[in-house]
Design a binder for this molecule. Structure first.
Ligand SMILES: [Zn+2]
Ligand SMILES: [Zn+2]
Length: 136
């Protein structure tokens, strides 16, 4: 993964959005350590999940596990090249003078062609960005 490149894309996107992303993390599978996933999300509902392409274990991103079972329409992320396997970088913006997450940015890098972008972003009120990013 080109972490610098994707991080810069998230920063640029977040500037345009008005809430600057300042903290970042890259997802690894909790079970096998693999870093490539199929990703489903719904930006309107603010939920996302990733499925490891090696061991197929599923993981709800951030606090998505609290809501995702009630969300019916999850979009499966797909690159312009048709690729559906991604490395995942999350970026978060915080509330002023706080460690609480204000906004989340879902950055994905296609494993097939290497192009990367922010695929979704949504508002949050999650206390403690470090814990949030550990749950990426
Ligand atoms: Zn795995
Ligand atoms: Zn691609």
């Amino acid at each position: 993964m080109d972490q610098k490149k994707l991080e810069q894309e998230i920063v640029q996107y977040s500037k345009d959005n008005g809430y600057l992303a300042e903290h970042f993390a890259v997802a690894s599978c909790d079970h096998c350590g693999h870093q490539r996933f199929n990703v489903s999300f719904n930006a309107d509902e603010g939920v996302a999940a990733r499925t490891c392409s090696s061991c197929e274990s599923e993981h709800a991103i951030g606090d998505s596990d609290e809501y995702i079972e009630d969300v019916e329409d999850l979009v499966r992320a797909q690159c312009r090249c048709g690729g559906k396997e991604f490395e995942v970088m999350g970026g978060v913006a915080l509330y002023a003078s706080s460690v609480a997450v204000r906004w989340f940015y879902l950055g994905l890098e296609c494993a097939k062609c290497g192009s990367s972008a922010v695929y979704g972003d949504w508002k949050h009120a999650y206390d403690g960005y470090a814990e949030f990013l550990e749950r990426l």
